[in-house]
Design a protein around this ligand. Structure first.
Ligand SMILES: NC(=O)c1ccc[n+]([C@@H]2O[C@H](COP(=O)([O-])OP(=O)(O)OC[C@H]3O[C@@H](n4cnc5c(N)ncnc54)[C@H](O)[C@@H]3O)[C@@H](O)[C@H]2O)c1
Length: 335
C-alpha cells in the first residue's frame, strides 16, 4: 500500500504511521502542526516517524484546496486514512469555525482527492460522540444518530454522510470508524488521562466532570491501530441485502461502511482515576464539577460488526493501558 495518513503528527496518526511503516508500507504523513496543543509533542512524534525511510511528512492544511489537489495528483495514493481533525468537544463551543474549516471543508478536499485519483479505499475517523442523545446501550451503528450534542459531533456525523454521497456518486469505497475515548502513550494533553496524571503528580486538583459519574468505553491505542489496519486492508463493499424500505444506517447498497471501535467494557470515571492514583502512587485532589455542555454522560460500544468483518475487537484492560501511559509520561517529561 502507498498511504496518505492525515493527522500523522497527532496521537493516533503517530501510532498508526509507525505500525504501517514497520509493516513495510510507504506513508506520506500530512499534518499542519496545528497549535491546538503542544506543537513540540507533535514534532517529537514526527522525529520518531522520520527515522523510517518509508515515512515522509508534508506540512499542508486539509482546507488548502490547491495543495491538497496537487498532493493527490503527484503521489497517487492507493489508500487514504483521514485522521486530521479539529478534535475535542469542549473546544468546539469556543471555536466553532476551526471545526467547520478542518472537519468539513478539509474533509471535502480529501474526498475530492480520492475521487479524482482512483484511491482504492478511504478510511476516516468518526467518533463515538455522534451517538449524542442516544441512550440505548451498547451504542450500535445500526441505530440512527441524528441528535449530536456538540458541533464537533455534528461535523463527524457530516463526514459520514459526505462519504456516503461519494460512495454513491463515484463508487468510492469508504469506511468510517467511530473511535471511543482513545488513550495510551503519546496521548493528547487535552484529554483526561494526561490532565489527571499531570495534576496528580504535581499535587494539583483535578476537574472531575459530572461528579465522577461519567461512564466511558476507554480504548487503548494499540487496539485502535490494530482495528484501523485490519479495516483499511478490508476494502468496503456494498451490502447486497441493503434495503431502502428499511435502511440500515451503517451499510449501504454502495461501498460504504461505518464501524464502532471501542473496548466494549464500560468503566466509571471514578475507577479510571483510582487506577491512575494506584500507578502514580499518590492520591488525587478532587474538584467535582457538573456536566459540561456538549458532553455525553456514557458511552459503550457495540463492536459485533467489527468482530464479524475483520475478526478483531479491542480488549486491553485500563490497568495495563494506564500503566503504559504513565510509564511513557514519566520518561518523556522526566516527571
Ligand atoms: N483520541 C480520541 O479519543 C478520539 C476519539 C474519537 C475520535 N477521534 C478522532 O480521531 C482522529 C485523531 O485524533 P487524535 O486523538 O489523534 O487527535 P490529534 O489532535 O492528536 O491529531 C490530529 C492531528 O491533525 C492535525 N490537524 C488538525 N487540523 C489540521 C488541518 N486543518 N490540516 C492538517 N492537519 C491538521 C493536528 O496538527 C494533529 O496533529 C481525529 O479525527 C479525532 O476527531 C479521536
Amino acid at each position: 500500500m502507498k498511504l496518505l495518513v492525515t493527522g500523522a503528527a497527532g496521537f493516533i496518526g503517530f501510532h498508526l504511521s509507525l505500525r504501517l511503516t514497520n509493516e513495510g508500507h510507504e506513508v506520506v504523513g500530512l499534518d499542519n502542526l496545528d497549535p491546538y496543543y503542544d506543537v513540540n509533542l507533535k514534532k517529537a512524534r514526527l522525529d520518531i516517524l522520520s527515522q523510517s525511510e518509508l515515512f515522509r511528512h508534508v506540512n499542508i492544511s486539509l482546507q488548502d484546496e490547491r495543495s491538497m489537489s496537487d498532493l493527490f495528483k503527484t503521489e497517487k495514493f492507493t489508500h487514504v486514512i483521514n485522521l486530521a481533525a479539529q478534535a475535542g468537544v469542549r473546544y468546539s463551543i469556543e471555536n466553532p469555525m476551526a471545526y467547520v474549516n478542518t472537519n468539513l471543508v478539509g474533509f471535502a478536499n480529501v474526498l475530492e482527492g480520492c475521487r479524482h485519483n482512483e484511491v482504492e479505499h478511504l478510511v476516516y475517523a468518526s467518533s463515538s460522540s455522534v451517538y449524542g442523545m442516544n441512550t440505548k446501550m451498547p451504542l450500535s451503528p445500526h441505530e440512527g444518530v441524528d441528535h449530536p450534542m456538540s458541533l464537533y459531533a455534528a461535523t463527524k456525523k457530516s463526514n459520514e454522510m459526505m462519504a456516503h454521497s461519494y460512495s454513491n456518486l463515484y463508487d468510492l469505497p469508504t469506511t468510517g470508524l467511530r473511535f471511543f475515548t482513545v488513550y495510551g502513550p503519546w496521548g493528547r494533553p487535552d484529554m483526561a488521562l494526561f490532565l489527571f496524571t499531570k495534576n496528580i503528580l504535581e499535587e494539583k486538583p483535578i476537574n472531575v466532570f459530572n461528579y465522577g459519574k461519567m461512564r466511558r468505553d476507554f480504548t487503548y491505542i494499540d487496539d485502535i491501530v490494530e482495528g484501523v489496519v485490519r479495516v483499511t486492508k478490508n476494502i468496503a463493499t456494498a451490502n447486497p441485502d441493503w434495503d431502502g424500505d428499511n435502511p440500515d444506517p451503517c451499510t449501504s447498497s454502495n461501498p460504504y461502511r461505518v464501524y464502532n471501535i471501542g473496548n466494549n467494557q464500560v468503566v466509571e470515571l471514578s475507577r479510571y482515576i483510582e487506577v491512575i492514583e494506584e500507578v502514580v502512587g499518590k492520591k488525587a485532589i478532587y474538584n467535582y464539577m457538573p456536566m459540561q455542555p456538549g458532553d455525553v454522560p456514557a458511552t459503550e460500544a457495540d463492536v459485533s460488526d467489527l468482530m464479524q468483518d475483520v475478526g478483531f475487537k479491542p480488549d486491553t484492560s485500563i490497568e495495563f493501558g494506564i500503566r503504559k501511559f504513565i510509564e511513557w509520561y514519566r520518561e518523556y517529561y522526566n516527571a
